[in-house]
Design a protein around this ligand. Structure first.
Ligand code: 5AD
Length: 356
């Protein structure tokens, strides 16, 4: 395991040839642990209503000028039905923390998607109560995405006005998800104002210890309606929110979590177009999550400006780019190798105990 000191060293490294070595090391590690196939997931951002006030995010409840939308279950199912033909075997159901998302409504959505599409389901609905998470797992959702965002408690809590103990509760939700046998996705933002290289190194150490089944890493992108202030920047040790730094963090994440699923995220695409995804895939990533929200809704899902939605013809361009890189596109739902390993170890252990 890479030490914190080594991680800080890499984060501060500016020598391009050394950084190339880091990326090729991550690429080789990716190939050895999770192979050459790229898993494609289709994201549906089905509501931009949100009760949270996260100061880094453009759809926060205090943004009164944003037009809000909610897709109906029929609209979501119709969208998901087109996925298999496009090589998308997983649907990521993503939303703001919307009051409409009751336990029953989400359960019905999961059941309809399972019955009518057979796709694997990832939920990305924010922080929810353990009982609801359990109900949805039983209904057939197998993955859940909840980024820790930053492990710097003071920094995280400074982005959560009016919330006490915001960081421990987020952390506890991640633990609950693991106990409920979800494939658990965590992740961080790179370059949040006030984030230092030391704190980013702590994030990577934390990810290495926690061992998520999936890790989403994207640059923080400023939004005019997000109140976090650039003045909060720590000028001496501020992490840049640029492409080069994000790719560096992606490579380090692959090295600390060799068998995790690591997407080249939509936020990465938004700062560097297709080259950014190619940069991600050649430096540790093995997953791409094209946003397939119908465009008239998707353009309102402005967690940051310039978030990119995918039309089917864009997917063709993406598939060609992946093949040109000598990679294959996975035809199964792409469960995380890390999850498969830890669950089979658990079953073997339970079996061993039973026969003793
Ligand atoms: N820039 C980049 N990522 C953002 N997120 C929210 N706001 C921004 C932003 N301005 C990410 C967070 C969160 C997810 C919903 O989107 O990581 O988990």
């Amino acid at each position: 395991m890479m030490s914190r000191t080594e991680i800080v060293g890499w984060l501060r490294e500016t020598d391009l040839s050394r950084l190339d070595l880091l990326r090729s090391d991550a690429d080789e590690t990716r190939c050895r642990h999770v192979g050459d196939s790229v898993h494609l997931r289709g994201i549906i951002d089905f509501s931009n209503h949100c009760t949270r006030r996260c100061t880094y995010c453009g759809i926060n409840a205090d943004n009164k000028t944003l037009r809000r939308y909610r897709m109906s279950i029929d609209e979501i199912v119709t969208c998901a039905k087109s996925f298999k033909a496009q090589g998308l075997m997983t649907v990521v159901l993503q939303s703001g923390e919307d009051r409409r998302n009751t336990t029953d409504w989400i359960t019905e959505l999961i059941l309809r998607i399972r019955q009518e599409t057979g796709l694997a389901i990832t939920l990305s609905l924010g922080e929810r109560r353990p009982e609801e998470l359990e109900t949805w797992r039983t209904a057939g959702a197998e993955r859940y995405l909840l980024k820790i965002e930053t492990t710097d408690r003071a920094l995280y809590e400074s982005t959560q006005p009016g919330r006490r103990n915001a960081w421990p509760s987020r952390f506890a939700t991640l633990e609950t998800l693991r106990a409920l046998d979800y494939e658990v996705g965590s992740g961080i933002m790179v370059g949040l104002p006030g984030q230092t290289m030391e704190s980013l190194a702590d994030d990577l150490v934390h990810l290495g210890r926690f061992g998520p089944d999936m890790i989403g890493i994207g640059p923080w992108i400023p939004h005019p309606a997000a109140s976090i202030s650039l003045a909060a920047r720590d000028e001496t040790d501020q992490v840049p929110n640029d492409l080069r730094t994000t790719l560096k963090v992606l490579a380090l994440a692959r090295l600390v979590c060799p068998d995790t699923n690591l997407p080249a995220t939509t936020a990465l695409l938004s700062v560097g177009l297709l080259q950014a995804w190619e940069g991600g895939l050649s430096g540790g990533a093995n997953v791409i999550m094209p946003d397939r929200t119908p465009a008239h809704y998707g353009r309102l899902y402005t967690i940051y400006p310039g978030r990119i939605s995918f039309a089917p013809e864009d997917l063709m361009v993406l598939r060609d780019a992946i093949h040109r890189m000598g990679r294959t596109i996975s035809s199964d739902s792409g469960a995380s190798a890390h999850y498969q390993k830890r669950t089979s170890a658990m079953i073997a252990q339970a079996g061993g105990e039973g026969s003793r």
